[in-house]
Unconditional design. Structure first.
Length: 132
């Protein structure tokens, strides 16, 4: 139900999907840009951040599983897959999830962070990240 509500809000409240994704990014930065998170993210580095995201994904998103498909490396990037029931994650929300990865990596000190989101099938989203 939450996913459907978010899709509705994205379509009704924001002038475009890009505006919704930009708002999600700002919200993630605001949430994660605290002293405790900054220290945690900088000490762990990008590899640890991606591993922790995968390990903790189920705690925050019931019915989904976040898998590492390409191990994150310090100055290169990495890839993740989000497995869920078919069509569980609407496209605006799928894009918004990538902003949490981006915000965490930027707060952790990575530069030029970019995540591309793709849909492999109705149950699998792919996130490919690049950073310096």
């Amino acid at each position: 139900h939450f996913s459907a509500m978010i899709a509705f809000v994205a379509a009704q409240v924001y002038p475009s999907e890009d505006a919704f994704v930009a708002a999600a990014y700002r919200s993630n930065v605001a949430l994660l840009d605290s002293l405790a998170y900054r220290i945690l993210f900088r000490l762990g580095g990008p590899t640890r951040l991606v591993q922790q995201a995968a390990a903790r994904g189920k705690l925050f998103h019931r019915g989904t599983e976040l898998l590492i498909t390409e191990q994150a490396r310090a100055h290169v990037g990495g890839a993740l897959q989000l497995k869920s029931p078919p069509w569980h994650v609407p496209w605006p929300l799928a894009r918004a999830y990538s902003t949490a990865f981006r915000a965490a990596l930027e707060i952790g000190g990575c530069k030029n962070v970019r995540f591309d989101v793709g849909q492999r099938d109705p149950s699998t989203l792919e996130y490919r990240g690049r950073w310096e």
